[in-house]
Write a protein of this length. Structure first.
Length: 202
């Protein structure tokens, strides 16, 4: 199965572009972070493709208007949707665990405003839910920068915290195939979207 991770940096107005990316890459499943969809806000992506949607209640004021922040959406081929099961949905709406066929995916968007030790909570919950599973993938925008491990030019405090947590785990950090950098600015390129797995090799 071909799986993708896409940081939309706001899905409204980009729905068609994101769906086109999903189709032209012949993906079976794609996780989209930073959708910025408010509760009840629709998307032009047909519901037959959507197998998971997490919206954040928080809104931000931008140029006199308001928009939601965060959010995660998972889209898959309709024939795969029948084989999906949501195992866990975080009460804070920052992550969820979904099982598709024989693989569990723990998809997250952890905004910079969260304390670094929220990673402990995330990992504890994911490991508890998937304790009896053989194939687990942890992915999303963790806002954790891992430095040279995945080609980033910097290591931030959340990245250091994640390093400490990974020391006791048998997780493999994946290298991206396409679209390596999450952010671009005058200080360089940042990689905060990560994919880690147990029982599945890149």
């Amino acid at each position: 199965m071909f799986v993708g991770l896409f940081n939309a940096n706001g899905l409204p107005g980009k729905d068609q572009e994101v769906l086109s990316f999903f189709k032209t890459r012949n993906l079976d499943l794609m996780f989209i972070t930073e959708t910025w969809l408010a509760e009840g806000q629709s998307t032009i992506i047909n519901s037959s493709f959507i197998c998971l949607s997490i919206n954040q209640d928080a809104t931000r004021v931008i140029q006199g208007g308001r928009r939601a922040g965060g959010g995660v959406l998972a889209v898959c081929r309709p024939e795969i949707k029948a084989h999906t099961k949501i195992l866990y949905n975080d009460r804070y709406n920052h992550f969820a665990v979904i099982k598709i066929l024989d693989v569990c995916y723990a998809i997250a968007y952890l905004p910079p405003s969260l304390p670094d030790d929220f990673l402990d909570y995330y990992l504890d919950q994911v490991l508890a839910v998937t304790a009896d599973e053989d194939h687990v993938v942890l992915l999303g925008d963790f806002n954790a920068r891992l430095g040279e491990v995945n080609g980033d030019h910097a290591l931030n405090s959340r990245g250091k915290h994640l390093f400490r947590l990974l020391e006791d785990q048998t997780l493999t950090v994946w290298e991206p195939v396409e679209g390596k950098y999450t952010s671009f600015n005058q200080f360089g390129f940042g990689i905060t979207d990560l994919i880690m797995s147990n029982g599945i090799e890149p």
